[in-house]
Design a protein around this ligand. Structure first.
Ligand code: AVI
Length: 329
């Protein structure tokens, strides 16, 4: 039994490595070289992202936390929950659950009947969260689910309990609009009529506020981006010279899209041994590492058009930097 588990873990590590190799190779062969931002999050990247969330310039986490801290009663009201009907509160990519804890506290204070189901790809993150919640809020039923979001939702679809899905932190903003549309449409296929989707998004605002959030004075975000090249060195046996690349965020204020690039500061070749290929970089050539989309009602409405969701309500922080939307199915 134990052996099977070990074998499965090895197999899954192998497929993750194959996937990493494939996506790095595909991305670096595009005319605008691209590396998917989902690969930021290895052990070092996770730690850097925790640092980013506490930076003074990174208003995103703080603004959404303010909503959960000050307005959890309004959130419950906007979700139109029935105090006597059991429901499932399902969080996609729960992380440390910092914001959600505020909502959990209010729900239990008001005697709502629910299970909290955090879903994450990382078993480690789930175990930490469960331990923390069991200690701090032992009266809350926590049922962690490790795995792919849609597989988990499909497995939960069978039961007829009302569901509230949380997808916070403007994580949706790291998807181009067409991908976000498919993501939300897939989500709606795994839900039943009346279920709710509580979506956290960063709102469109001036470049003077957005740009520093992606270019902090301590250089943590630069290290977060550059770690992607370090990860390729570590895991794919490559010879990126990190000092020959610099982090460069840009923001298109009209469209509301922030983009992060790593720019090659000289003409150079990089060999990636596990792909067995040399990649050439011209001086000034950019690698696109991330898009961080910002929203307003109109943009979100357009994305929702082809899905089964409509906007029911919206709660913002005091400065109106961030919004949590209640979407109904
Ligand atoms: C996770 N995601 C919403 C963050 C963002 O703002 O796009 C990732 C991040 N990248 C740089 N700083 C934070």
């Amino acid at each position: 039994m134990k052996e099977t588990v070990v074998l499965n873990k090895k197999e899954s590590q192998k497929s993750t490595l194959e996937q990493f190799k494939k996506e790095v190779n595909d991305g670096l062969n595009e005319s605008l070289k691209t590396l998917p931002s989902k690969f930021f999050y290895d052990k070092k990247g996770d730690a850097l992202f925790v640092e980013i969330m506490h930076l003074p310039e990174y208003y995103v986490t703080r603004s959404e936390h303010e909503i959960f801290k000050d307005k959890s009663a309004s959130i419950i009201k906007a979700l139109a929950l029935d105090q006597d009907t059991y429901f499932e509160l399902i969080e996609l990519g729960a992380g440390d659950g910092m914001k959600t804890k505020e909502l959990l506290q209010e729900l239990s204070r008001e005697n709502y009947k629910f299970d909290y189901i955090p879903v994450d790809i990382s078993q480690n993150a789930l175990e930490k969260l469960e331990k923390d919640l069991n200690q701090k809020m032992p009266h809350i039923a926590v049922k962690t689910k490790q795995g792919d979001y849609f597989e988990v939702l499909e497995s939960l679809k069978e039961n007829q309990h009302p569901k509230v899905i949380l997808f916070l932190g403007s994580n949706i903003g790291n998807m181009p609009d067409d991908v976000a549309e498919v993501f939300i449409a897939n989500l709606s296929e795994n839900l039943n009529f009346g279920d709710k989707f509580f979506l956290g998004v960063d709102l469109i605002k001036p470049a003077a506020i957005v740009l520093p959030a992606y270019n902090d004075s301590k250089g943590v975000t630069a290290a977060f981006n550059l770690n992607l090249l370090e990860r390729i060195n570590r895991e794919l046996d490559a010879d990126f010279e990190i000092e020959n690349f610099k982090h460069q965020p840009e923001y298109d204020e009209k469209q509301g899209i922030a983009t992060s690039f790593l720019v090659s500061t000289k003409e150079q070749d990089v060999f990636i041994k596990k792909i067995n290929k040399i990649f050439h970089f011209a001086k000034g050539e950019k690698i696109l590492t991330e898009i961080s989309r910002k929203y307003n009602d109109k943009i979100l409405d357009k994305i929702l058009k082809k899905t089964a969701f409509v906007i029911k309500d919206r709660i913002t922080d005091r400065k109106k930097y961030f919004a949590n939307y209640v979407l109904e199915h």
